[in-house]
Design a protein around this ligand. Structure first.
Ligand SMILES: *Cc1c(COP(=O)(O)O)cnc(C)c1O
Length: 219
């Protein structure tokens, strides 16, 4: 079997205890694998590439909640706006402006998470606290009626050094708590992947994005 069923059941239990949501990251995996997990009750799936997502989505049940977790290019937003459930990786103001524009055009309000830069790696994307403050103050002024900011997302450094991962997640959680106290729309703290989701849960994650533990390694 392609999908790791027992692993899935175990993760679902861990997440129930932590009151967190599982986003099953199905990027590069065939629709058959997604169907298999769907049959076990999974409804939230995450994809990184617009073209792959728009090819898979019409082939699969309509009640799947699609999460876009990749680096989103502005000119491709329009293709996912009709059906996307949550965009995790809003990492720049210009992207928010463009999501807002497309959302208004297509008469939707798009739920988004702001991606925060927490890792000590140049290759990762994200906003810093000053930029978060600026965006949230513009949100409050009503500048982006097509967008609702529902929380924060972050990726820890790719390292085996657990204290570093933990401290990066703590940093993200404290930002999340700061904004949550001010903005009632904040309800998701998206942090944790296959390699670090247990640390993330211990540090207050409410949404983990897990791929390879469920679907096997990607080639
Ligand atoms: C691919 C990806 C994941 C899942 O990674 P795994 O290590 O396979 O669990 C989670 N989040 C983001 C942003 C990703 O790109």
């Amino acid at each position: 079997m392609a999908v790791h069923t027992e692993q899935y059941q175990q993760i679902v239990q861990e997440l129930q205890q932590a009151n967190a949501t599982l986003v099953a990251v199905s990027k590069t995996k065939p629709v058959e694998d997604i169907r298999e997990l769907y049959a076990l009750g999974q409804r939230d799936f995450g994809e990184n590439y617009v073209q792959e997502l728009t090819e898979k989505q019409p082939q699969l049940p309509a009640d799947i909640r699609w999460h876009f977790i990749g680096h989103l290019q502005s000119n491709k937003i329009k293709f996912i706006v009709p059906f996307v459930h949550l965009i995790h990786g809003v990492d720049r103001l210009s992207l928010l402006e463009e999501i807002n524009k497309q959302a208004l055009k297509q008469q939707r309000v798009i739920d988004c998470l702001l991606q925060v830069y927490i890792a000590r790696e140049e290759t990762k994307f994200g906003l810093d606290e000053t930029e978060l403050d600026q965006i949230m103050s513009q949100m409050q002024q009503g500048l982006f009626p097509g967008v609702q900011i529902c929380g924060l997302m972050g990726m820890a450094s790719f390292t085996d050094h657990e204290p570093q991962i933990r401290s990066e997640f703590q940093q993200l959680r404290s930002l999340y708590q700061k904004y949550r106290a001010l903005h009632p729309s904040f309800q998701y703290l998206s942090m944790g992947m296959s390699g670090d989701y247990q640390i993330a849960l211990a540090e207050g994650s409410t949404m983990v994005r897990i791929g390879s533990l469920l679907f096997g390694a990607r080639s």
